[in-house]
Every structure is written in structure tokens, then in C-alpha cells.
Ligand binder design. Structure first.
Ligand SMILES: Cc1ncc(COP(=O)(O)O)c(C=O)c1O
Length: 484
């Protein structure tokens, strides 16, 4: 079935002075077919539309199309139109001067759309459980009633009703102290980190980062020229005293207090207070990344560090990309009042504003109670899957694999005994069809860690069991090798 392109305009090179209109149009169309800009099977506009688009007479357009048809480039049928032939004469494929160079293949990690999701991929939520019907209903409602304001632009701080909804949601569920006027809607954590790093770090200035810690936070800080200071993490979270010894005058500290990425520990109250005191005296900024605290399975939700901040030292960052679906690309920054203008100006300079229609749909999703319902459902599902992972590990691997940090999130660290580098472990697991992300990827100081990150959220218990049997074979292989 031919695809319609009749409304699309094909850009053509300007006509050289020494070429007739007919020769020029013929050469341009033939080249567009050969270099693939006009794809095989694509239907062309009518000669009338085509003539109008390219400011030639209809007679010339008909002449050129006839010529190309006679040469085997086009086919036409009365009443059905004209389209590019599915098969072009092979020898003609090599003669076009404008044949593009073979496009460079982008590294696979830059696109996740064709990636197979297999156990135990660590960062994925289960998108198959997202209530698509509700979202598309809300989406259609907004498109049907799309106002000029909604289509015509946006607000750099974010869609006002969404800012209200976020402030209310965070106050209730995360103990964040903020007004809607302190909320800036961004495309997600990564943009928030980039923005904050650009604003608060000058090249060569120091920034603390948890070690092991979120590598993408390190990317943003490095891009801004920061001198990255890895600060060790223990069972109480980032070791603030150590940070003060290493770089007392650091400009910024990046932390994940509710559920440390990747180890999963919770920052103790004592450490939180120590961190706030340090930031106040050093006049530094604390960047609190609250990336997946919605998914806490046991105990009371841990209130945000931001809620303890009395001096405006904390910038709080959160994201809907894991909570709803990763391609949504919407998140938020909660900014202390005195920094709001500065942060907002930077957001404007970076990309003006986030997609307004998606923000309006998200607002309804929150305000109509769908977010709360979805979170409850996902929390229950993920809690079951977390138990399935724990049970499968006990059944198939036993003491050889210790899971920890299982009280929240979508993934858990797993530590093995065999003295093998975790990159090697990761590679062997991949060969067996399993994702086991090396924890060394998170090691800012490049320290050796005998552990991997296992995601459980996106997999049913059957897949978890099957995956764990494969993982058991990997563990066994390395244990066997070390005995010999
Ligand atoms: C520590 C941490 N923060 C934030 C995010 C989410 O970032 P974004 O909102 O840019 O998708 C992730 C995703 O894996 C993460 O691991």
C-alpha cells in the first residue's frame, strides 16, 4: 500500500542559471529518489500540487513525471496516482552524486527503544501496567479542548496547575516544605542535575558525590567542570565527616538520602543534620535526588531531607519518569525562594519550557486521583516481585549471593563471594541472557566492588525464577573456578 506524502514539500536545490526548469526538476527528483529522500513505495503529490509547490507550470510537472516513469523510477495508475517504484534499476543506484555517506551507527546505549528488556534490567518500571486507557482519555480531552495558550507556548516554571499539584503531592507524601511558587517543571532528574551543576559550579570547584553513587549525576557535574569528590557511603548513607575532611569548601553535595543509589541504604537523621549544618556553614548547596522513594515497601516513608532545611540550602529533585513511564520526560525541582529567579532564568535559557499538553494531562492524572491509585498498585506489585526475587535467590543461589537494600525501589544490590571483577560477572551474565549491572559502574573512585544491581520491578515471578536459575549458573561457574 502506497504511503501518502502529497502534503509534504520536498526541498530542492536552487536551479542553476544554465539549466532549464524541466532539466532541473527532473535531476532533482531523480536524485531524491536515488538518495532515499523519496522512499520506495511513497506516493507523490498530484501534478497540480507538485507544480504549485515548486512554482512551475503543471505542464512541466507532467513532463518530468512522465520522463521518470518511462525510465522506471515512477509508476502511475489512472485514478490511483503516481508513486516511487519499489524496485529501481540497480545500476542507477550508484550514479547519484548526492548519495549520502552511510550514517554512523550511534552507540547502542543512546537509544533504548529497541532494547530487549530482560531480567534483571535495573532501571525499568513495569510500563505494561501503566493505565494507558486513562492517560489517553485525559490526553484526548486536552487535545479536543486545546486552547491557544496551551498550544502556543508554555511557562518556563511549568504549567501552573501542575506546579500546584506537585507542591501539594510532595507536602503530603514526602514531607517537602514548599509553595507552588518554588516548583519548576523540568524534563526529569537529568535536566535538573545539568541545570543545577551549570548554575552552582564553576570549572575547578569541588562537588561531593556519594561513592558508589549515581553515575549520571557525575556526568552532569563533570560537564560543568566540577572537581568530583567521591565521599564514601556506609549503612548510614554518605559519610559527611569524611566529606568535610576531603573538601570542606565544596560548592555542592549530591545525595540520595531516602534510598541511596545504588546501595539502597537510608541516610540517618544524624548524618542529615550534619550535612545541613555543613552546607549552612560552607554556604554550599545540597542536591537531594528523591528518585524512587514512592516505592517503599516496609516501614514508614522517610521524609525528605529538604523538610529539615531551615536555611534554604537544599534543592530537591524528583521525577515522574520512573513512577509513570520513562518516555514521559517530566520531573521537578523544588528551589529555595531566594534562588528561584536564578534557576528559572537558567531553565529558560536551556530549553524554554517543558511540553505543555503533557503537563496538563499529568495534572489531571494527579488531581483526579489516578497517580495515587497507580502508585498503590505498583507498590503492591513491586513488593511481590521483590519477595519473588528474594525467594528465588534463596532457592537457587543460597549463601553465594546476598541481596540487600530491599526495602524500596525497583532494584537491589546483590553481593557475591567469588573473587571476580564485577564487570566480568556482568559480561558472563549477559552471555547467559541476563542483565546484572556491575556496581563498579557506580564506583566514582573506581573501587572494586564484588556486586551487581538486580532489577525486579519489570518482571513477573516466572521470569524472575527463570532469570535466577541462569544467574545461579554464573555464580556457580565463578565459585568453581576459584576452588581450582
Ligand atoms: C539515582 C537516580 N536518579 C534519577 C533517575 C531518573 O532520572 P530521569 O528523571 O532523568 O529519568 C534515576 C534513573 O535511573 C536514578 O537512578
Amino acid at each position: 500500500m502506497a504511503k501518502l506524502i502529497s502534503s509534504l514539500e520536498l526541498p530542492l536545490s536552487p536551479r542553476p542559471a544554465n539549466k532549464s526548469l524541466t532539466d532541473w526538476l527532473y535531476a532533482e527528483l531523480r536524485c531524491a529518489i536515488l538518495d532515499g529522500r523519496l522512499k520506495r513505495g511513497v506516493r507523490l503529490p498530484s501534478t497540480r500540487d507538485f507544480a504549485l509547490q515548486h512554482c512551475v507550470s503543471r505542464g512541466i510537472a507532467m513532463l518530468v513525471m512522465e520522463q521518470l516513469r518511462d525510465e522506471g523510477y515512477l509508476t502511475s495508475k489512472t485514478g490511483a496516482g503516481t508513486w516511487v517504484n519499489e524496485r529501481l534499476p540497480d545500476d542507477l543506484l550508484t550514479v547519484c552524486a548526492r548519495m549520502p555517506a552511510k550514517p554512523e551507527k550511534a552507540p547502542a546505549f543512546l537509544s533504548t527503544t529497541t532494547r530487549a528488556i530482560r531480567p534483571f534490567q535495573s532501571s525499568d518500571p513495569d510500563v505494561t501496567l501503566f493505565p494507558i486507557d486513562i492517560w489517553s482519555r485525559l490526553n484526548s480531552r486536552h487535545w479536543r479542548r486545546a486552547t491557544k495558550a496551551l498550544l502556543g507556548g508554555g511557562d518556563s516554571a511549568g504549567y501552573a496547575p501542575l506546579r500546584n499539584a506537585i507542591a501539594e503531592y510532595l507536602g503530603t507524601s514526602r514531607g517537602v516544605q514548599c509553595q507552588a511558587s518554588q516548583v519548576i517543571v523540568v524534563t526529569g532528574t537529568q535536566q535538573a542535575l545539568d541545570l543545577v551543576a551549570r548554575l552552582f559550579i564553576r570549572p575547578g570547584e569541588s562537588a561531593w558525590i556519594e561513592d558508589p553513587g549515581y553515575f549520571a549525576a557525575a556526568w552532569a557535574l563533570r560537564n560543568a567542570g566540577a572537581n568530583i569528590v567521591p565521599v564514601p557511603v556506609d549503612a548510614d548513607g554518605m559519610d559527611v565527616k569524611r566529606g568535610m575532611q576531603l573538601a570542606p569548601r565544596a560548592k555542592l553535595a549530591y545525595v540520595t538520602p531516602a534510598h541511596q543509589a545504588p546501595l539502597g541504604v537510608t541516610m540517618s537523621l544524624e548524618r542529615r543534620i550534619a550535612l545541613l549544618r555543613w552546607a549552612q556553614s560552607a554556604k554550599s548547596i545540597i542536591v537531594e535526588d528523591d528518585y524512587d522513594s514512592e516505592f517503599r515497601f516496609s516501614g514508614v516513608p522517610i521524609p525528605a531531607l529538604q523538610g529539615l532545611d531551615k536555611t534554604g540550602s537544599v534543592i530537591f529533585i524528583g521525577s515522574f519518569n520512573k513512577v509513570l513511564f520513562p518516555s514521559l520526560r517530566l520531573g521537578y525541582i523544588i528551589v529555595p525562594e531566594q534562588l528561584m529567579d536564578k534557576v528559572l532564568r537558567m531553565k529558560y535559557q536551556m530549553d524554554l519550557w517543558a511540553n505543555s499538553i503533557n503537563q496538563a494531562v499529568l495534572t489531571d492524572f494527579i488531581v483526579d486521583g489516578h497517580l495515587g491509585r497507580h502508585l498503590r498498585r505498583m507498590r503492591e506489585t513491586y513488593a511481590e516481585r521483590r519477595c519473588a526475587l528474594q525467594d528465588a535467590a534463596e532457592k537457587y543461589v543460597g549463601d553465594s549471593l546476598q541481596l540487600s537494600g530491599m526495602h524500596a525501589g525497583l532494584a537491589t544490590p546483590a553481593f557475591y563471594r567469588a573473587p571476580v571483577a564485577s564487570r566480568e560477572f556482568e559480561r558472563e551474565a549477559a552471555d547467559q541472557g541476563i542483565d546484572a549491572t556491575s556496581l563498579e559502574r557506580y564506583s566514582v573512585s573506581k573501587r572494586r566492588i564484588r556486586g551487581v544491581l538486580l532489577g525486579f520491578a519489570a518482571f513477573e515471578s516466572r521470569e524472575i525464577n527463570h532469570g535466577m536459575q541462569k544467574l545461579a549458573a554464573v555464580v556457580e561457574k565463578f565459585e568453581r573456578n576459584t576452588k581450582h
